[in-house]
Design a protein around this ligand. Sequence first.
Ligand SMILES: *Cc1c(COP(=O)(O)O)cnc(C)c1O
Length: 389
Amino acid sequence: MTDALLPVFQRAAMVFDHGEGAWLTTTEGERYLDFGAGIAVNALGYSHPHLVAALERQGRKLWHLSNVYRIPEGERLAERLAAVCFADLAFFANSGAEANECAIKIARRHHAAAGRPERWRVLTFAGAFHGRTLATMAAGGNPKYLAGFGPAVDGFDQCPLEDMAAVRAAIGPETAAIMIEPIQGEGGIRPVSHGFLRDLRALCDEQGLLLIFDEIQCGIGRTGQLFAHQAAAIAPDVMSLAKGLGGGFPIGACLSTRDAAHGMAPGAHGSTFGGNPLAVAVANAVLDVVCDRSFLADVRRKGDLARELIEDVAARHPHVVVQVRGCGLMLGIKTTCPSVVLVEALRREAKVLTIAAGDNVTRMLPPLVVSDAEIRLFAECLDRTLAAL
Ligand SMILES: *Cc1c(COP(=O)(O)O)cnc(C)c1O
């Protein structure tokens, strides 16, 4: 392994060469079952023919165009996203953190442009993860990520989840918005109750605040709904997307109602690479697949199957497994051992990939195209690995 990379990641030693569906193959020809999917990014698995075709077709035409020119595929992507949720407008970025930066800027401008510049603070929640830029790190509030980088960016206040009294107490004359992941991912697959999301919506309406949903991990079909909040039958004013949106090609999006974004005039925000022709061509191809009702129904069915099998396995290992939680194909197992121990054991002993998260939770985020047989194989591997721990 080279020492020429900034050593901020602890990397596993094997080298993957290619992949197909839910499987990755190393340069040595060893196959791994991938229940991490690049942290919910490879929503359609590896080498999906429809995505490969879209990338190749666009690759022969144009890769990059400045946003000072029209990008018809991006216009189409914005219209399609607006048609399937609450939003009227889309801004395209290259990552989740950038999508959240745009959401935070929209919220601050919303109030400033309406003559309330004093309203600029955003309320977030314990256990949140919103990215690694200076502002999104402050929004997440995780002391582990903030340490040693100087004073955290100001403008964020934090509350415990599911505590409306604390939320009410934390809102002041400077509050602009409330920002929340409908299902916390990095924090340890913590679904937020629909009641709490609805109460936040009502409070935002009452107080004139914007409600921002970070669906970067839980969006794009992951839960069996196109967007996780749709199961709660309420909508935010602003929503950030990334991860699954490009199916492996980097793209983020900040979606907004026209009213929430009323302060965003030409020059208010921008990105050199955001929404380039390659990224939007692939994202449109992802939507071709995931917006289909029967595809989403199948994700829900497979999520139920995975949940049932994993609960069965968990019941056989009560000394290690504390809890199984999540929704659709966004599942977590909380263990008594550190999650990295289970993640490494699964990788070494069973050649199965999962992702560690906070709160001693091991994340299972298979590609949405995972088969029933692969889900059964995963459950068997998990059973064997837990038995050997
Ligand atoms: C991954 C993630 C982000 C950050 O996305 P990047 O592309 O790494 O910047 C933000 N919010 C949530 C909920 C995420 O899961």
